[in-house]
Design a protein around this ligand. Structure first.
Ligand code: ADP
Ligand code: MG
Length: 144
């Protein structure tokens, strides 16, 4: 993602993932179904991004990871979005649409669970602050 490229917009239904880590790391992530993602992630770097996501008519801030799906022996990228909002219930199967606004960091091999959790908490802070900047407002128009 370079500053003047058109932003990456992804749309699809929320799939069940491996259930690994999300709630354990205090960071549930809504995974997009593989069939909705297809090869759209191929040109995009893996790592953590920030952006906006639409769910049930509301637009929320999100921190999103593009990574390698171990199930596909590292040849298939997947996308999962942590929404900066507290939900009362899960929303598997719902339709979401997201737009990625900026890149935060690459995927890193953290030495400890604590350092991973710290990095994730930092990703949330960065996403929250960045998306308050007026320059990222217009990205919401991609969700219409
Ligand atoms: P999975 O491996 O199935 O994706 P997670 O532990 O990552 O499991 O949990 C993801 C699910 O949690 C989402 O699909 C969604 O239904 C629910 N969820 C609840 N709150 C959030 C949130 N703030 N952001 C993303 N997903 C959330
Ligand atoms: Mg998940």
């Amino acid at each position: 993602m370079r500053p003047h490229d058109p932003p990456l917009v992804l749309e699809g239904r929320v799939a069940k993932g491996f259930g690994r880590g999300g709630k354990l790391l205090n960071c549930p992530t809504a995974n997009l179904r593989d069939e909705d993602v297809g090869d759209q992630l191929d040109p995009h770097e893996t790592g953590v991004y920030f952006g906006w996501i639409e769910l049930n008519g509301n637009i929320y801030k999100m921190a999103t990871s593009i990574g390698w799906n171990p199930f596909f022996k590292n040849d298939k990228k997947t996308v999962e979005a942590h929404i900066l909002h507290e939900f009362d219930a899960d929303f598997y199967g719902e339709r979401v649409k997201m737009v990625l606004c900026g890149y935060i960091r690459p995927e890193l091999d953290f030495p400890t669970m604590e350092s991973l959790i710290e990095a994730i908490e930092n990703d949330k802070v960065v996403s929250n602050l960045a998306l308050d900047l007026p320059k990222y407002d217009h990205f919401k128009s991609y969700l219409k």
